[in-house]
Ligand binder design. Structure first.
Ligand code: MF3
Ligand code: CO
Ligand code: CO
Length: 287
């Protein structure tokens, strides 16, 4: 059953693993319990930044393909199939497949799912929110982004949450500049979100990305002065705020992945991978 009697999500059935052609290079962590520690750092030369942009473009175009299929009655597994086929058709590996045992090529986070929802036989319903998070790995580097979509039509409270979460990401990106500490990003996001009384999730953050999927650099989405890394030109990371219509406490399903709001309030998220430039930020995950 995809929903309980109150309309909240319940775990569905996960389909068999989708194959990736053997000609496509895999990230080092595939088939292992966890990634090997990486000392690649977070600052990249121009050539590598263009490769991250190529991975980011494939991931973004994969989301465009998924978006076209979002409608009432479609399963999240079908969206995973579309994303998977798009990514491998472009010579890239879907980074989440086999990452710490994650079984699918995309995260599909519906309604109260904050992040890391696993595609299954859950059927989308008119008025649902669904976040699609795709990361593509090609030429040894990852590009990571997500967007939230409304299925059909939804109440203004829901569409406002989506548009303001998109705006929160935009404001976070505008705060990026060399010489500033990364905590300016979360300060910009949280001060905007607070105007509307939204919850700003703290347990999941932006992160350094490039040669590693998650480099160890943390980008908070709330006001957290202790994250005092200084941004420099060529530094690559994600910003990916998660806002809720309620609280910020989270629960994790027994699948060890699916993260929901404890109060089952609706949540939205947007993510880009970007590089710090002399003038601010350059987004690397555009179609
Ligand atoms: N793409 C997610 C992020 O933004 C990470 C997903 S990891 C997974 O960092 F294993 F849950 F897929
Ligand atoms: Co990310
Ligand atoms: Co992501």
């Amino acid at each position: 059953m995809p929903r309980d009697t109150h309309g909240h999500l319940t775990p569905g059935r996960i389909s068999a693993q989708r194959p990736v052609p053997p000609t496509i290079p895999r990230p080092e962590y595939v088939g292992k319990a966890a990634p090997s520690p990486s000392d690649a750092g977070d600052v990249y030369d121009g050539e590598t930044i263009e490769l991250i942009r190529e991975s980011g473009r494939i991931a973004s175009q994969a989301i465009d393909a998924v978006e076209a299929a979002i409608a009432p009655g479609v399963t999240t597994d079908e969206l995973d199939r579309i994303a998977h086929e798009f990514v491998v058709a472009h010579g890239a590996y879907p980074s989440t497949l086999g990452y710490r045992g994650y079984p699918k090529s995309v995260c599909t986070s519906v309604n109260e799912v904050i992040c890391h929802g696993i595609p299954d036989d859950t059927t989308l319903v008119e008025g649902d929110l669904i976040n699609i998070d795709i990361t593509a790995f090609k030429n040894g580097v990852h590009g990571d982004l997500n967007r939230t979509f409304v299925v059909g039509e939804a109440p203004i409270e829901t569409t406002d949450l989506v548009e303001r979460t998109r705006e929160a990401l935009r404001r976070g990106i505008k705060a990026v500049a060399p010489g500033r500490q990364v905590n300016v990003i979360g300060r910009a996001i949280e001060s905007y979100a607070k105007r509307f009384g939204y919850g700003v999730v703290r347990d999941y953050t932006g992160h350094g990305v490039g040669r590693a999927f998650h480099s160890g650099l943390i980008i908070p989405h709330y006001d957290a002065p202790q994250y005092d890394d200084v941004m420099e030109v060529g530094m690559v990371f994600t910003i990916e705020p998660m806002l809720t219509l309620g609280g910020i406490e989270a629960d994790i399903w027994s699948d060890d992945w699916t993260v929901t709001t404890r109060d089952k309030s609706l949540t939205a998220q947007f993510e880009h991978t970007l590089v710090v430039t002399e003038r601010g930020a350059d987004i690397l995950t555009l179609s």
